[in-house]
Design a protein around this ligand. Structure first.
Ligand code: 6PG
Length: 244
């Protein structure tokens, strides 16, 4: 376990870990959760570049554990491209984790299909245990954050951020980027645990805005999430050391 500090921030009340190896800390926490759970573990993962380190670490350091046969893996979001496209989140997740840990039961979002969102919502409802309100309760969601404060593929001012009924929707990508399919806030908020992995100085301004309560997409999950940050990403945060 790295030396990182477990800190509770002042303006919102998430649990924030700042350390030199946040991916390692998150991997430890995730493997600990899966190990402690008895039954199937329903895990949703984001794409982008940041999680590559985490997925490679999970495969390299923990890939031989017997826990993976109980893990069902879902995509938080996907770009509307084929699975072999360089921008495909599935391609990255498969290359860095699934190809090395084939015991994981993984479900591709098939975002190249026009009906991908509806199909994935049905798939979630079929596989993931439902709450009393009929919403799938994922055991853990792994999230990233963009420099604009987006998370999943929920971009600032996008209509998808206002969706309160559907679990998965189509949405536009970032400026000029390809369209996306994404889990919505009801799905993400309903999960048991949300963990953000955010690294790099280019995220520090967005993190400051989120932790100061500015209504950016990631802020909606800030208080109910655990954050794993490196010093560069957290450099603008007003954090106090958790003395507990
Ligand atoms: C995606 C991700 C997205 C990502 C952030 C951060 O499809 O791009 O799901 O939400 O987490 O954009 O991306 P980086 O890790 O590449 O900075």
């Amino acid at each position: 376990m790295s030396e990182g500090r477990k800190i509770t921030s002042t303006s919102v009340s998430p649990v924030v870990h700042v350390c030199s190896d946040p991916a390692e800390r998150l991997a430890e926490a995730l493997v600990s959760d899966i190990t402690r759970y008895e039954g199937d573990f329903h895990l949703a993962v984001s794409g982008g570049r940041t999680p590559e380190t985490l997925f490679k670490l999970l495969a390299l350091k923990y890939g031989d554990l017997s826990i993976w046969g109980r893990v069902y893996l879902y995509q938080v979001d996907e770009r509307c491209v084929s699975p072999d496209h360089e921008a495909s989140n599935w391609r990255m997740i498969h290359e860095t984790l699934l190809a090395k840990v084939p015991q994981i039961k993984a479900f591709r979002m098939e975002a190249e299909r026009d009906d991908a969102a509806e199909r994935y919502e049905h798939l979630l409802r079929r596989h993931v245990p439902l709450t009393d309100y009929g919403i799938p309760r994922l055991d853990c969601v792994l999230l990233g954050m963009g420099p604009d404060g987006h998370t999943a593929s929920l971009f600032p001012r996008a209509a998808a951020c206002q969706e309160e009924i559907r679990l998965v929707v189509n949405t536009e990508g970032p400026e000029g980027g390809v369209p996306r399919v994404t889990m919505t806030f009801p799905t993400l908020e309903n999960a048991n645990v949300r963990r953000f992995l955010v690294v790099g100085q280019d995220k520090s301004e967005a993190l400051r805005r989120v932790f100061e309560g500015e209504p950016l997409p990631a802020q909606r999950l800030a208080k109910i999430s655990e954050w794993f940050l490196d010093p560069a990403a957290s450099r603008l945060l007003q954090l106090r050391q958790d003395t507990s």
